[in-house]
Design a binder for this molecule. Structure first.
Ligand SMILES: CCCCCCCCCCCCCC(=O)SCCNC(=O)CCNC(=O)[C@H](O)C(C)(C)COP(=O)(O)OP(=O)(O)OC[C@H]1O[C@@H](n2cnc3c(N)ncnc32)[C@H](O)[C@@H]1OP(=O)(O)O
Length: 140
């Protein structure tokens, strides 16, 4: 099926968020516009959507370094609601890199400069064997 069906970035996923990530050195960033179909509570973006965006941004950081990872841990602070009609910018960057593990911090900030959510992720680098076990290699 391939990466085209990734819920956050895949072009071919009809239910996906279709977010395009840009690289800036070791960092990545992207913009997202909250629509009614993204809500949980009325007018408030669902926390799962917020989490997915932070998770994906955290995965793109190692991906841009040529490393295939999975999220082993993701700690999120939801600081202020994201409302329908708002555009937010996600940014993620590595804070520590070892052979097996990347620590990545990410944030979601509104176009008015309000911090909406922040996260700290542990991204575990997958060996070739592990990638095969998970069927990831076939998707590349
Ligand atoms: C080209 C462009 C295309 C773009 C497409 C983009 C698509 C991107 C899509 C991105 C989607 C977004 C991303 C997503 O959402 S990825 C999907 C969400 N994440 C998952 O599904 C992960 C599920 N969990 C696992 O698969 C396993 O538990 C993992 C692989 C994490 C560990 O497996 P396992 O337990 O079998 O371990 P191991 O034998 O491999 O390794 C053991 C080593 O790892 C250390 N360890 C383990 N856990 C932790 C921890 N929490 N903190 C610190 N360390 C940890 C452990 O101590 C040991 O260290 P050492 O003893 O070796 O020193």
């Amino acid at each position: 099926m391939g990466y085209d069906y990734c819920f956050v970035c895949g072009d071919k996923n009809p239910h996906g968020l279709h977010i395009k990530f840009q690289q800036d050195g070791d960092s990545v960033w992207a913009e997202f516009h909250c629509e009614e179909r993204h809500i949980g509570w009325p007018n408030v973006q669902h926390g799962g959507i917020t989490s997915s965006i932070l998770d994906e941004a955290s995965a793109y950081v190692p991906l841009n370094m040529g490393l295939v990872t999975v999220t082993a841990e993701l700690n999120i602070s939801f600081k202020s609601p994201i409302r329908v009609g708002e555009t937010v910018r996600v940014e993620a960057h590595p804070t520590k890199t070892t052979k097996r593990l990347l620590l990545v911090e990410a944030s979601l900030v509104s176009d008015k400069g309000e911090v909406k959510a922040t996260s700290k992720a542990k991204m575990l680098v997958l060996s070739k064997e592990k990638q095969e076990q998970m069927g990831i290699e076939a998707a590349q």
